[in-house]
Design a protein around this ligand. Sequence first.
Ligand code: ZN
Ligand code: ZN
Ligand code: FE
Length: 722
Amino acid sequence: MTRAENPALERLRITLRGAVQGVGFRPFVYRLATELSLTGWVLNSSAGLVVEVEGPPDQLARFEERLERERPKASVVTVRESARIETQGSTRFEILSSDADSGKTVNVLPDLATCADCRAELFDPANRRFQYPFTNCTNCGPRYTIVVDIPYDRPNTTMREFVLCPACREEYENPANRRFHAQPNACPVCGPKLDGTIQDAAQALRRGEIVALKGIGGFQLLVDARRAAAVARLRQRKHREEKPFALMMPSLEVAREYCDISPAEVELLESQAAPIVLVKPKNATDLAWNVAHCSPYLGVMLPYSPLHHLLMQECRFPLIATSGNRSDEPIAVANDEATTRLKDIADRFLMHNRPIVRACDDSVVRLTRGRAGILRRARGYAPLGIRVRHSLPPVLAVGGHLKNTVAIAVGQDVFLSQHIGDLDTLEARGAFERAIADLCRLYSFKPEAVACDLHPDYASTHWAERSGLPIVRMQHHQAHVAACAAENDVEGEYLGVSWDGTGYGLDGAIWGGEFFRGEGNRFERIAHLRPFGLPGGDAAVREGWRSAASLLFEACGPEAADPRVRLMLERSINVVPTTSVGRLFDAVASITGVAQQNRFEGQAAMLLENEIGPLRTEEAYPLSGGDWGPLSQAVVADKRAGVSVPLIAARFHNALVAWILEVAAQVGLKQVVLSGGVFQNRYLTERAAAALESRGFTVYTHQRVPPNDGGIALGQAVMARL
Ligand code: ZN
Ligand code: ZN
Ligand code: FE
């Protein structure tokens, strides 16, 4: 039906907010409107994507329906408003240029992995971008790591240094082209260039050398994952003892030779975020033993930039791909910074001249309960917002101390920074301060208050105290469950189970095995692990045998405790009380001989979980009321009787599940929220969720933010509501 036959025209104004910039949304709208013979315009404003379409009502309805159904894959629409306005008799559909007004509330998009079209061109000798390491289009390429300011337009990115050649400009200006307004559009003539060759880097890797590669969110250190000596050299130079390394695989086919990968994991690996996915390694491969030691998982990713694709085509073997830093320091991003900081680690550099604005590590994801759960949130996900139920005051949340992230609350959106890391070093604290300044500037955000942890000695707390802003101090474990409740949009009262290694309690003790009755930002602590003493305080975090000594001292008598701390325990000198389930894991791992130490956070607990393997049993140790006494005695008796470690580990995990069920039944709230670093344990999380669900509870676990302290900032932000 043409317009001439139907004078009853209508005009709609549609506003979309969310991740709608830099994903090819405008050309999509243009094509759709043109196809449906509608007139009007589309505009990328800093308040969102605004569309006005005019035409017959049935065509408008079709437009609205297809706008939702066919929108670009990478887009995320969080708000959609549609209003009928007066017709204007427009005669064509056009793309208006971006306005630069105030009120920046449009999401900045994360970096997107190279799309299939760009990949095909990369390996097509007839294409003008054949083997060009910086090719991209509106469906893929860097975003967050190159954007200096919003709205997301080329002059606001680090691509402003590169002047488009005529061929690239024609693509950039043609709404029908895949590269229409692709801000990082580039080609070998006009775009960024490599400093060095891929062939030389590949050669060095084949020789077992360590190569520092400038990636998307910073430098990565690469080494042949099949050579134990090379891997050991990287560990020694990076000061990283046993923490597992992630691998970049040349292809999904090769990844399958090394790991068992489920269809859902394939989907994650091939997603636009292209994270590190934790998968089950196969036995008896040619991987070096020291890549992941005895970790139950292998972190695997696929090439996600054209440079990676080209390098992996040369190296058809798995590479360790780890952040370009010394342990506990932030990832290096600038060329001169990298050559200084990484000169003692890397044997060779492969750099280029496209600047990186902000550091963004590779993200880590694992399937839990059949769903993707982010364990480290950075490249590919940051800085996507989490939409929350209630409008929040403009608060800056500075997170915890370990695995730090920061967040800002803008109305109903909480924008979380990328993973910053542990705030132990001066460098890390510098990165933390830069992330705060950066997030505030990007969103023109002026915080009116700062939310921090209750812990008086966290570097983030110290920063909050110096900020000059009003401070609100949030209890660590409350922030954990608040984060989980927020990302799952939980309404009404719930039972919050908050278990981790360490957090400052309201009574000054070290908490970590807490149950709360929660609603909004009100929390009542209703149960917790029976407290026990940590001999040597903080030393027990690294040395799990200390927690074991304490439990044995109480449950089995002083002579059962390790003599190194017996006197301490007898006299209660330097013994710090805790209710931490993380430390309980350490203790059981120590008593069973699985691990005496944590060489990285959560190592002993991870090893204990790994012991269970394929074993399935319903047997559980007694842990009623969170009293670890009978449990400790039972573990010791089983160990003496020669019960297998896998069975002990399973009975221990099942005891924790049973305790959660016991409390849930007592409290009677139908909604249960599981949060805290302990719930990175897949066996525990899945068993607990299944057991609760089978009894009619609704269970919420983390997906978009980590259960560990990387999620604390979100919890702090939403708790600042009143
Ligand atoms: Zn592409
Ligand atoms: Zn060009
Ligand atoms: Fe925590």
